[in-house]
Design a protein around this ligand. Structure first.
Ligand SMILES: NC(=O)c1ccc[n+]([C@@H]2O[C@H](COP(=O)([O-])OP(=O)(O)OC[C@H]3O[C@@H](n4cnc5c(N)ncnc54)[C@H](OP(=O)(O)O)[C@@H]3O)[C@@H](O)[C@H]2O)c1
Length: 432
């Protein structure tokens, strides 16, 4: 089996290392050698330690993916173009493709999966969600016999490491972000991660596999972690919760909830104990119940292991013949329906609320009565003692309510001028 690699950066060079280091093992597992026959990369130089000779390197990716001696194309350029065109070109030339490109698959997945099916070739994308955590194949194969109710994932290691630093060291958001950048866990431009978009891309793929519906990133309600404050982390802990950026999907009788936002989860839940850059995904299935997948969600070697597993899987199918290519999303493509999305205003949650209340008598009662008039009842209230400030923090935890009611109540509270600033609310996921 001959492999062409597009992109020899962080993950690509990990793939080269593993192909070299595990050459004999992979040959035994496959019954045939896996040979790297070409690498397209604009800045790659020969590297004797990695076994990269000048003959392997090309700047002409389009020619490489069409070379007759190539069986499998591994796309690790990242981004939309030229990755998308090269993958389509590879399919047309009869090559199977392995990619880690979640942004591309979330944005253009329908086109890419259909093109693969039309060409009768395979596509592997295990590394696109959870890095080295084998969640794609698990949903597609091991959990295929069950109906899934919900998926809750910590799927962005950068955000999780920032929230861990904030929670354990008491740093504020910008200090924790700077620390993540120092440790190489956050990009110089971290927007894709901290604004939640990377998690939304991964959620799209998880939803397709878990619920058999096509979902686009624009259909995912997406909030990042830039507004999470130290105060909220401390109050959450007092209430028995941790704050995590969760990617959440639920199937409510065909209406799909798909959202990414900071979420309060019970401190004793396994997801709350996921620290630093680790990823974890919890799947709730009807017959099986709750299962949990945990591990290194990014990084060179963890991600490369997922790429190699896809290469091996696809190589085995290639050897077995075209009829063994299977369904990359776990369903025949014709069976995938467009997602019917539940609007956020219909989502039902418990909420954490924080008000900067004016320090005068009757304010607490006034807030509670507006909430009550909107059908929102309270589980608990924390009111800090009076200080020198003109406002006091009032913390409330609500019972379940529809988001539309909460937004209406918060608007009314704001206009009644009993609070100084826009109220803060964080959704709680208690039943995990
Ligand atoms: N890093 C991770 O931990 C991780 C985890 C999961 C998934 N992924 C996914 O894996 C993919 C690769 O990520 P990475 O971190 O390995 O990226 P990376 O380090 O930036 O590597 C990409 C390599 O491809 C080259 N390249 C990009 N576009 C090219 C083009 N048009 N022509 C020629 N060469 C090109 C880059 O060259 P330059 O350096 O000159 O730009 C670089 O050497 C992405 O889709 C990413 O989302 C990464």
């Amino acid at each position: 089996m001959r492999i062409a690699l597009l992109g020899c950066g962080t993950v690509g060079s990990g793939v080269v290392k593993l192909l070299r280091r595990n050459r004999e093992l992979l040959r035994e597992k496959l019954g045939a050698p896996l040979d790297l026959v070409g690498i397209a990369d604009r800045s790659l130089k020969p590297d004797s330690e990695l076994g990269i000779t000048a003959r392997l390197i090309t700047r002409d990716a389009a020619a490489l993916v069409e070379r007759p001696d190539v069986d499998i194309v591994v796309e690790l350029f990242g981004g939309y173009e030229p990755a998308r065109s090269l993958i389509l070109r590879a399919f047309r030339a009869g090559k199977d493709v392995v990619t880690a490109n979640k942004a591309l698959l979330a944005g253009h997945g329908e086109q890419i999966f259909r093109a693969a099916a039309r060409a009768g070739v395979g596509i592997g994308f295990e590394a696109s969600v959870g890095g080295g955590v084998p969640v794609i194949r698990t949903l597609r194969e091991a959990l295929a016999g069950d109906r899934h109710r919900s998926v809750h994932g910590i799927v962005n290691g950068t955000c999780n490491s920032i929230l861990t630093t904030m929670s354990e060291r008491g740093d504020d958001f910008s200090e924790a972000l700077a620390e993540a950048q120092r440790r190489g866990l956050a990009e110089a431009d971290p927007a894709l991660d901290i604004e939640g978009h990377d998690s939304a891309h991964k959620l799209c793929l998880l939803v397709m596999l878990a619920f058999g519906v096509m979902l686009k990133p624009s259909q995912v309600h997406t909030e990042g972690i830039t507004h999470v404050t130290q105060a909220d982390i401390v109050y959450a802990r007092e209430l028995g919760y941790a704050i995590k950026l969760l990617a959440i999907a639920k199937d409510d009788d065909g209406a799909i909830e798909a959202r990414v936002h900071p979420t309060m989860i019970p401190i004793r839940n396994l997801l709350a104990s996921v620290r630093d850059a680790y990823n974890a995904i919890n799947v709730q299935s009807e017959a099986l119940g709750s299962t949990f997948y945990f591990g290194e969600g990014a990084g060179q070697m963890p991600t490369a292991t997922a790429v190699i597993a896809d290469i091996l899987d696809i190589a085995r199918r290639r050897i077995a013949g075209p009829s063994a290519r299977g369904f990359p999303l776990g369903y025949p493509l014709g069976a995938l329906r467009p997602a019917r999305i539940k609007p956020m205003s219909d989502v039902v949650c418990e909420y954490y609320l924080r008000f900067a209340a004016r320090d005068r008598p009757g304010v607490l009662g006034a807030i509670a009565s507006v909430l009550g008039r909107n059908g929102i009842s309270l589980v608990s209230v924390i009111q800090q003692g009076r200080g020198v400030e003109t406002t006091v923090p009032v913390i409330m935890r609500t019972h379940e309510t529809r988001e539309r009611n909460l937004i209406r109540a918060l608007r009314q509270i704001r206009t009644r001028r009993i609070v100084e600033a826009a109220p803060v609310f964080i959704r709680i996921e208690d039943r995990l």
